[in-house]
Design a protein around this ligand. Sequence first.
Ligand SMILES: [Zn+2]
Length: 473
Amino acid sequence: MRRPATAFVLALLVGCAPAPSFDLVIANGRVIDPESGLDAVRHVGVRNGTIDVLSERPLTGARVIDAAGHVVAPGFIDLHEHGQQEESYQMMVRDGVTSAFELEVGTADVAAWYAAREGGQLVNFGVSVGHIPARMKVLGDPGTGLLPAGIGGSGRATDDQMTAMERILRQGLAEGAVAVGFGSAYTPGAPIAEIERMFRVAAEGGAPAHIHMRGGVTGLHETIAAAAAAGASLHIVHVNSSSGSDIAAFLAAIQAARDAGQDVTTEAYPYGAGMTEIQSALFDDWNAWSDDRFAQHQLVSTGERLTRETFAKARAEGGTIIIHGRPEEQTRAAIVSPLSMIASDGFIEDGRGHPRTSGTYAKVLGQYVREEGVVSLMDALRRMTIEPARRLERRTPAMTNKGRVRVGADADLTVFDPATVIDRATYEDATIPSAGIPYVIVGGQVVVDGGELTGERPGRAIRAPITGQSPAS
Ligand SMILES: [Zn+2]
């Protein structure tokens, strides 16, 4: 215990200036916390990477950011981000993302995936163990990208091969994977019985199954039934694209499953074009397309729209393409639905990619919340923050302190101007950062300051408890 005399001497030494009580203060902002429903001006005091106080009175800090006129929200949590490298992190953090997960495709080697990102990134990061890469490995797929380019997608697996896949999934869960990833659209050789068998491994581990499913509404019913039979929590990725033109029926089927007590969630991104690898099984029927269909496809490396001839050449060489053509009503219906979490499905490499990598969150806040007024600010933020945190927190306790502006929560915060926030990235240039998001804080450190990257790398691994390490890794 400190004696009164010591306290008196200390007070003399520091003189009249009040000592900063916090490492960082975000002052005068409109704090919105969708978990508690708080929407009021508060001063946020951050200490040791944690939100220490939400005060109605001004605070002193080593650094004070004046957020007057701005919203102070929990940092956005993106459950679908393939771009797990510096270049993609640089874009998404300026769009307000503070935690980015690759859960659809995932990896077959969870320990190595985390090891490769040790030492700090711009944002927090996490991964699933994936059925797609497990299948590619077991069946010997020739693909060198994320997705099967041959037998790993189209081949039938024997019972022994499925057992080998289960072993990889279990190992990944033991190494702390936060979910199990699936892409039945990319693995047409896997019957629903194989998917259900792998769902059982997810259920065993208490892990949500994140799936890019196939087969439209019929496929959705089949997928929901398989998850129910396996007892797995199910997350349908990008409902805006997987639904085709049946978005209303899709959302109704998901709602019906939820009403019946099944744990089914979904997500959407606010763009009318998709993006994927040209060698994937999605395009196996390209030879039968009519000539005009090719022009809907844009080669990412050059930005050119394709013809039958250039498509054939690109399909042989490999690469990524953007697929245009979804009507805006379909995108809007997906974004407006209270069921849809917001997730980017982003990826950018060598300056080329889809604008959803860089603009997903600002586009929802700028276009759908402000300009069109079809989503409330609180509801949009709920689906960017607390809902994705809840999707993961049962298996990954670290998520109970994310997605919230709450005393004791991690200080992952996004400060944006609701009057100006907007996406600026385009299909031709996906490297233009969003506007109106001047400050982004990760783990109490300022990563975006006045719209610019500071070079801080406080982003850490988000991982489920590790219960076993692979002898190989
Ligand atoms: Zn994806």
